[in-house]
Design a binder for this molecule. Sequence first.
Ligand code: CP3
Length: 342
Amino acid sequence: MTTTQPNRALSVLTGQALTPPPVWLMRQAGRYLPEYRELRAEKGSFLALCYDSDAACEITLQPIRRFGFDIAILFSDILIVPHAMGQDLTFTEGEGPRLDPPLKAADLEGLKPARHHYLPIWETVRKVRANLAPEKALFGFAGSPYTVATYMVAGEGSKDQADARLMAYADPARFQALIDRIATDTLHYLSGQIDAGADAVMLFDSWSGSLAPSEFERWVIAPTAWLVDQLRQQHPHTPIIGFPRGAGEKAPAYARETRVSAMAIDESTDLRFVVANTPDSLPLQGNVDPLALKAGGAPLERALDEVLDIMRGRPHILNLGHGIDRFTPIPHVEALLARLRS
Ligand code: CP3
């Protein structure tokens, strides 16, 4: 006989506090797993994996099978949107992503959109949802307009996002046009993920922390608020998790003004401060330091216990503050889960 168990992640996202909290890890599907590295070697490239819905479905499910996480994160990348907007995208081992032509030297209008790129990703969502137990949640995701713009303008990752921040000051109309286009495409992409079966979606704003406060209002909060509003009109019951990485003291304003359903917190932001300055009903996700996980042992136990202690009684999804480091020993992940569940 089968009994249906509740979907714990969705319970938390609708405001319930659970002990222990549901758990997943950012970048849980990826290079620290031997089964991922094996499939990647076979398929040749990271991008080939993203556009192969059978492979991407398998990779999405690998960490669920191995660790029993409560949440599966779609295997894809935030740079699929610029690729579909017409920039050439390559990932070179050891170098990170390249987008061509960089928009600091080319016009958006010159790009030829390729929206068919979204189809295999939506197909992955359908396949994962069909193969995932009902008590597990599937999260879709996209990058937030500002973070995606930093890659599109520079044509690559950069330490301080200087090219995009400079364009935002020097030619705000041009930067606004770019942000608006990314937001429109991201709405289409995320809406398709929800139609295909994603239970919630997460917006990664990995570089929002590099902006001055007034710039943060304009380039992070405003476009995110628009996106949240549009998505909610189309999908009123789908939770939207915002991740303003590095936002620090700007995090409460982000939550209030964007009206995200839940907020993910990075390890450099003071969780006590966020708890004290946001409504008790707002679910929070995070924020164990990925390097405490890599270190393992007592530092990991302390980091986990502290997060659990601060979040007691509050709707909480346990996660890292950023992606898992690729050289994290698998026994450390097992130790984290054993302590959480004990
Ligand atoms: O497991 C998961 O979390 C799901 C899949 C996922 C990936 N990227 C797969 C990936 C998710 C949610 C992302 C988000 C992403 N991608 C972000 C936002 C989150 C963050 O980490 O800040 C950003 C900024 C990117 C852009 C990106 N993709 C970069 C800069 C790189 C190269 C650096 C690196 O870590 O290799 C990637 C590549 C990438 N995305 C890999 C994976 C598994 C590694 C590819 C490989 O196998 O070589």
